[in-house]
Write a protein that binds this ligand. Structure first.
Ligand SMILES: Nc1ncnc2c1ncn2[C@@H]1O[C@H](COP(=O)(O)OP(=O)(O)OP(=O)(O)O)[C@@H](O)[C@H]1O
Ligand SMILES: [Mg+2]
Length: 250
């Protein structure tokens, strides 16, 4: 017979949205382990350097799991004792604030607007004190120009002084130039590929774009892979794609 506590836990799990189930604290053991493996692999792949490492997360098309990967990667990096900042660099359809249930501003665009600011307000996660979040802020008319601007470089420089890692969640390469625009200010880019979802042609086009811009691609993250024994496959793909507003990328 199920105890009261078991019933309560089951009800709580049922109350989580599909999106919440793929994030940090709510992940199954096998999924958490895969992110820890990614963390370990990154430490070998990243260029050796002093100070903060800035990692971008992008993909070829929408809905491949960039933001989910950025959240979970930044979380496991913080869990290892690093001081980590997660930035929502998708200034068109931001999602980090919603996923983590925090205010969406002040955010990155506010940092970019205030050229005199020496300090930026970030949100401290309620899970771990060394995991900070900078949401996108108010949506600008010119995201690509902002992300590639000198002001962006100086914002990242200032923030780098406070963190070991900065993880930037970015829009897809094949739809807008934002990820390529900011790439000169980051140390390496992770490319998310979603199994049974990403189209080969799109991925090839994306890799060509990244190569042309001489982006340091650290590797691919295979999201929702069915290859491993992972019970992570339990989370079925449910046509989330159709809910995204393509029109934002006119
Ligand atoms: N491994 C997974 N298993 C199940 N659901 C997943 C997985 N990864 C991501 N999702 C879900 O797929 C949806 C899209 O994921 P996410 O927002 O991370 O993608 P994205 O690439 O950032 O999308 P966008 O291009 O719109 O920014 C979300 O609802 C997320 O919860
Ligand atoms: Mg996203």
């Amino acid at each position: 017979m199920a105890t009261k506590a078991t019933k309560k836990r089951k009800n709580m799990a049922a109350a989580l949205t599909d999106s919440q189930k793929t994030l940090h604290k709510n992940l199954e053991f096998t999924a958490t382990e895969q992110y820890k493996l990614l963390r370990a692999n990154l430490t070998f792949t990243l260029p050796k350097q002093e100070g903060c490492t800035i990692i971008g997360v992008t993909s070829s098309m929408r809905g491949e799991g960039k933001s989910t990967t950025a959240v979970n990667l930044s979380y496991v990096l913080a869990e290892a004792g690093n001081k980590v900042l997660l930035i929502d660099g998708d200034l068109r359809i931001p999602s980090i604030a919603k996923k983590l249930r925090i205010e969406s501003s002040p955010g990155l665009t506010d940092c970019l607007k205030d050229s005199d600011a020496k300090q930026f307000r970030t949100f401290e996660s309620s899970h771990i004190s060394n995991w900070h979040i900078l949401p996108a802020g108010s949506l600008p008319p010119n995201p690509s120009e902002l992300l590639g601007s000198q002001r962006m470089e100086s914002v990242l420089k200032t923030l780098s002084g406070c963190y070991d890692y900065i993880v930037v969640d970015l829009p897809p390469v094949n739809l807008v130039s934002d990820a390529l625009a900011i790439s000169k200010y980051i140390h390496g880019m992770l490319l998310v590929v979603r199994e049974d979802y990403t189209e080969k042609k799109e991925l090839e086009h994306c890799i060509r774009q990244l190569e042309l811009s001489s982006v340091n691609v650290l590797g691919c993250v295979m999201n929702e892979s069915k290859n491993g024994k992972s019970s992570y496959r339990r989370y079925k793909y449910k046509r989330y794609y159709k809910y995204y507003r393509y029109s934002s990328y006119t």
